[in-house]
Design a protein around this ligand. Structure first.
Ligand code: ZN
Length: 148
């Protein structure tokens, strides 16, 4: 059941990625590269003086999983503080490596739990987490992230 939802979600976000652009006036940006798959993304954020992410967006090219994950990430980040974004990054990371069980452990992942089965496919884990590592790099002012 969840596998089917996963497939549908990936396909839908790949076909129609959300926030797929370079926004005007981004305060944070980083470039992320996953050499294993060839995924190459840029993540942009506009963070206001209250430390709230007003806008999150991405650009680049990659496989369906990397694009769908980045697309869902940008919608999840909007309105969050950068501290909340880092909590979400940690939770998502633990989810995709199979260390967070969303059904029994408290988390803020919401729709992102669709990626919960991906730890069974280690080569895909880096695709799913690339956008998130890149976003974290942008917050930490690291300009280029490689998952290698
Ligand atoms: Zn990939």
């Amino acid at each position: 059941m969840r596998d089917e939802l996963y497939q549908q979600t990936i396909l839908e976000h790949n076909r129609n990625p959300r926030n797929f652009k370079k926004p005007e006036g981004a305060t944070h940006a980083a470039e992320g590269y996953n050499p294993l798959c060839g995924d190459h993304l840029w993540v942009y954020m506009k963070v206001n003086a209250q430390d709230i992410i007003e806008e999150a967006a991405f650009e680049g090219s990659g496989c369906a999983i990397s694009k769908a994950s980045a697309s869902m990430m940008t919608t999840a980040l909007k309105g969050k503080t950068t501290d909340e974004a880092k909590v979400l990054f940690k939770e998502f990371h633990d989810l995709v490596i199979g260390e967070l069980k969303p059904d029994t452990q408290p988390n803020h992942l919401g729709k992102l739990t669709v990626f919960s089965g991906i730890w069974q496919y280690p080569s895909r884990v880096k695709c799913a987490s690339l956008g998130w590592h890149t976003m974290n790099g942008a917050i930490e002012k690291v300009k280029t992230i490689s998952t290698e």
